[in-house]
Design a protein around this ligand. Structure first.
Ligand code: NAD
Length: 374
């Protein structure tokens, strides 16, 4: 087995580590951060707290609070305008995947003059300003990935951008920031994490390193996701889900996602379904369709999540996996596209475009069973 593993230079995990930002900036020799977040995080008072800490310790800083869900190229342009007002030497993301991906894109585009679409896969982004990521959702794992997903405002394509320039230099993974997540957000982001771990494990690019953490993440998610949703103050469940999210991010960033994420991105871009939810809508059916491509690998997933027993045959474990995923999605109230309110005619009309965008993203090529547009 050979594997090429990329990680942030600093990865701090645990209660309260987000308060170590000034210390981490010092350690990295960074002095002038631009803080990037969204309006809701601002309303929680967390940005003010972070800024007060930075000011007390003599850092020059500014803020960009125009992050939008499924971040757009327009939002990146607005962020770049704020960045260029100062002499910023790094970007700090505080928030969910949207804030982290926006911060990564601003940092990457700081000294580039072509439009972002010129850098989507198969092209790469190999350098940029350093990013320090402080996630507030237990989901995307973006704090440890070399990816940023940005929607092109002109074409509405949710573009996958990849490269070492998008890997945060540091991640401060503090589960206490997730205690405020409401039921639906906890479920959606937790299901996103589950897809990362499962897709990384069955990916054609999986390796022994990513296998270990993907399985650990799946075990933790199935053990804790329902508790985290129902009992938001349950610290052990929150801590386990946050760790799983970071593990899921490391796993897929070093092994790739597959068909679920490939098909989920166009649904998010065209119909504004929250990212974790659009993954979850696809999870049981795509698993059922793909399972013949890697039955032993999917059986491992079923056993890791205690959906099957150690002595079940792979074929039985595969059936139990599909049933277990359907039950999980039902328990977490995952709607169908029509239950979500998507117009059936518009959905039908959009299928060719969505299929093409999914295939163009490259992720489906790593699926155990290779799809075509049909
Ligand atoms: P998000 O960042 O869009 O946030 C969703 C909402 O939750 C926002 O209103 C936000 O303010 C709120 N929120 C965030 N933290 C909260 C908290 N602790 N308490 C209460 N509310 C909170 O959601 P997300 O699911 O974290 O990110 C989704 C984005 O991440 C999508 O654009 C997706 O494509 C991207 N993504 C990126 C990667 C990557 O590796 N770069 C991986 C997966 C997903």
């Amino acid at each position: 087995m050979t594997a090429n593993i990329n990680l942030p230079r600093i990865l701090r995990i645990g209660a309260g580590v987000s308060r170590q930002l000034p210390e981490v900036l010092d350690e990295l020799g960074l002095k002038q951060p631009l803080l990037v977040t969204d309006a809701f995080i601002v309303s929680l008072g967390w940005l003010d707290d972070l800024e007060a800490q930075l000011s007390k310790q003599g850092f020059v800083h500014n803020r960009f609070t125009g992050v939008v869900p499924d971040p757009t190229t327009d939002a990146i342009t607005a962020g770049l305008a704020v960045l260029h007002l100062g002499e910023h030497d790094c970007v700090v993301a505080l928030g969910g995947g949207s804030s982290i991906d926006t911060a990564k894109a601003i940092a990457a585009m700081a000294h580039r003059d072509q439009p972002m679409r010129n850098y989507k896969v198969p092209n790469t982004i190999d350098d940029g300003l350093p990013v320090i990521a402080i996630p507030t959702t237990a989901g995307t794992g973006s704090e440890v990935t070399r990816a940023s997903v940005i929607t092109d405002t002109e074409t509405q394509e949710k573009m996958l951008c990849m490269g070492l320039g998008l890997m945060p230099i540091a991640a401060l993974v503090d589960f206490e920031l997730t205690l405020s997540m409401p039921w639906r957000l906890t479920a959606d982001t937790g299901l996103d994490t589950l897809c990362h771990a499962l897709e990384a494990y069955v990916s054609k690019k999986a390796n022994t390193f990513t296998d270990t953490i993907a399985l650990a993440a799946m075990t933790a998610i199935n053990t804790h996701i329902r508790t985290a949703c129902q009992l938001p103050d349950n610290r052990p469940a929150r801590e386990a889900m946050m760790l799983a999210a970071t593990q899921g991010g490391i796993a897929f960033s070093n092994a790739s996602v597959t068909l679920i994420h490939g098909m989920s991105r166009p649904i998010g871009a065209l119909f504004h379904v929250p990212h974790g939810l659009s993954n979850a809508m696809l999870l049981p059916e795509i698993t059922a369709w793909s399972i013949s491509g890697a039955p032993a690998r999917y059986a491992d997933c079923a056993r890791a999540m205690a959906m099957a027993d150690a002595n079940d045959s792979d074929a039985d474990a595969n059936q139990k996996l599909i049933a277990g995923l359907r039950l999980l999605c039902r328990d977490l109230n995952v709607p169908t596209p029509s239950e979500f309110g998507i117009d059936a005619q518009l959905w039908q009309q959009s299928l060719p475009l969505m299929a093409q965008q999914a295939l163009d993203s490259g992720s489906p090529n790593n699926n155990p069973r290779i799809p075509n547009a049909a």
